[in-house]
Design a protein around this ligand. Structure first.
Ligand code: ARG
Length: 583
């Protein structure tokens, strides 16, 4: 379905080009935005001022000419078109036309979103924790944001590949294997099992020993060589270690209900040599202090010296940069991605700008054919304003952070619904607790640091998961109470909005597709969160002002309720939240 914004832009662009035939096609493109204040209109056209300068005419006269050139049929969509201030044109939807559009939207599986004409292959790379190292809250942020973007593209009908670029290769394995051979050989030979927490403790101990003991350092380095040359015993130990870490990652994905395909750094290992060779042959490599580097225009360090991408260390080893170059090439040529979205903390943004620039220089990345986005996010802060730490410090399992949210949600529910069954309470606690963690993350602007607070995320009022879930519950309550057959109503009844609160809710519902489009563009989930928050508020205002049950408008209003419920549920699902029918 065409969004209201796209409809207006199309109609107005056409009106401008027919009113002013002297303009070129780039000059006629209409600038349409939503009105800030509903009493003036729903959308506005801002083009008259720009055109007035081009055409050397008074802006209000240009505005009038644009209005005159709108086709009669299209004009009927609006109850009011007026010129405001220096030459803005305001448009107010006619109640009848709006009702009709909403009815179409109700039966549309995409709920009014414009589906791209060409199905694109979109890679969303997210989560990407490191084996044996600490899984930190940043990885949870990446998981929540990445899952949301993937869900959005999936809803918009794209072909999405969700990739987990886990750090499962590198020198840390040499240290760890060397250490475990001495201190945990029965784990390596499979005699006893262990968990990711224990692995982290060994990893830290191994690192300490590595820094302090030159003999151990040598052993660790030879373990790296053995692993890289594919010695079966080393590969076996490596696989063992990855498996242990994986159980920890899976536990979290399961609780968050996130699906993701693992394609870690090790996957690209066999390709690294030829990546370096190719860049070398293309003349892009400079040797700097023994290391192979790619220098790129415009990238400088703090001292203003050129900052290279290092693709092979002086000892011959490959690193993070090499792997990312291999991943870029693979995703472009083998996966044939139209768009690549990578979700990590903002600290890595320079790294990816350099990878993309090097990809262009190598002739792999053509920005006209493949779109690349690094989606950066800020730190997670504790309520003390410092970098977030779990209660007992570093070694606490991250999963405890999530289960704590579930526990706090459970306490809240038990208090409010003493009659609920154990089973229902458990279910609600999970939906609300996990939903609250996700929502509080997604509703903040991702590039800013955000404060993690159980107390705040579980509030009933304000822009919170609970507030939105409750709005959904309320609509279901109304439907239950009236007991009408909604499916039948949707088929046989006509929606007919009249009250200002109904219109206001209706116009907002109509904008769902627009907000999805803008999130797909700018990759800012907080826009969707904010949209849903306003939706809930507008619904509450409608429900306060307009009687549903037993009113003359009962059927029409029930359909409006149904559409609100659908949009709310779909919007929350895109954010990764489940809904409940009662709470
Ligand atoms: N494993 C990395 C980390 O924990 C994130 C990986 C990001 N993706 C990439 N293609 N480099 O910081």
């Amino acid at each position: 379905m065409e969004t209201a914004h796209n409809f207006l832009q199309r109609v107005l662009t056409h009106a401008i080009s027919s009113a002013f035939t002297e303009l070129s096609s780039t000059e006629t493109l209409a600038d349409v935005t939503q009105c800030e204040q509903e009493q003036f209109g729903h959308y506005q056209c801002n083009s008259a001022l720009r055109l007035a300068r081009l055409l050397k005419l008074p802006p209000r006269a240009v505005a009038q000419k644009i209005i005159d050139a709108i086709g009669l049929e299209d004009k009927k969509t609006f109850s009011n078109i007026s010129i405001a201030g220096p030459g803005f044109v305001n448009f107010t939807f006619a109640a009848e036309a709006l009702s009709k559009q909403l009815q179409t939207m109700l039966l549309d599986e995409f709920l009014g979103a414009a589906i791209p004409k060409k199905r694109e292959k979109i890679i969303v790379e997210f989560s990407s924790p490191n084996v044996a190292k600490e899984l930190h809250v940043g990885h949870i942020r990446s998981t929540i944001i990445g899952d949301c973007l993937a869900r959005l593209f999936e809803f918009l009908g794209q072909d999405v590949l969700r990739l987990n670029h886990i750090g499962d290769w590198g020198t840390q394995f040499g240290m760890l294997i060397a250490y475990m051979k001495i201190h945990a050989s029965d784990v390596l030979n499979g005699a006893i099992a262990t968990d990711p927490q224990q692995l982290l403790i060994w990893y830290k101990a191994a690192k300490k020993t590595f820094d302090a003991d030159p003999d151990f350092k040598k052993t660790a380095q030879s373990e790296v060589v053995a692993l890289q040359s594919g010695k079966p015993q080393s590969l076996h130990a490596w696989k063992m270690i990855c498996d242990i870490s994986r159980t920890g990652f899976q536990e979290i994905y399961q609780l968050l209900n996130v699906h993701i395909e693992e394609r870690g750094e090790s996957f690209y290992n066999p390709q690294l040599k030829s990546i370096v060779d190719e860049l070398d042959q293309k003349g892009l490599v400079t040797i700097s202090e023994g290391a192979k580097c790619v220098f790129l225009d415009g990238f400088k360090n703090r001292e203003g010296e050129p900052l290279p991408l290092m693709i092979q260390k002086s000892d011959g080893g490959y690193n993070y940069d090499t792997t990312d170059m291999a991943a870029l090439k693979y995703r472009i040529f083998t996966d044939r991605a139209d768009r690549i979205v990578i979700v990590t903390d903002v600290g890595q943004s320079l790294h990816f700008q350099m990878i993309f620039a090097a990809g262009e220089k190598a002739g792999w990345l053509d920005l006209k054919r493949t779109r690349v986005d690094h989606v950066g996010f800020g730190l997670v802060l504790g309520t003390d304003g410092k970098k977030f730490k779990t209660r007992s410090g570093e070694t606490e399992k991250l999963i405890d952070l999530l289960t704590e949210a579930v526990d706090q949600a459970r306490n809240m529910i038990v208090e409010r619904m003493p009659e609920a069954s154990r089973h229902e309470i458990d279910h609600l606690a999970k939906v609300i607790g996990i939903g609250a963690v996700k929502y509080s993350d997604l509703s903040s602007h991702r590039t800013k640091d955000y404060t993690f607070s159980y107390e705040r995320m579980l509030r009933f009022e304000g822009n919170t998961a609970v507030f939105l879930l409750y709005a959904y519950v309320r609509i279901n309550g109304i439907k239950r109470k009236v007991g009408a057959d909604i499916a039948e109503l949707m088929r046989s009844e006509v929606m007919c909005l009249a009250h200002p609160s109904e219109i206001s809710l209706g116009v907002h519902l109509r904008r769902f597709g627009e907000v999805l489009q803008s999130v797909a563009e700018d990759l800012l989930p907080n826009r969707l969160a904010e949209y849903l928050y306003h939706l809930a508020e507008k619904f509450n205002a409608f429900f306060r002002d307009c009687r549903v049950e037993g009113s003359a408008e009962e059927n029409s209003r029930l359909i409006l309720c149904e559409l609100t419920a659908k949009v709310l549920k779909k919007g929350l699902n895109i954010l990764g939240l489940e809904t409940v029918d009662r709470m």
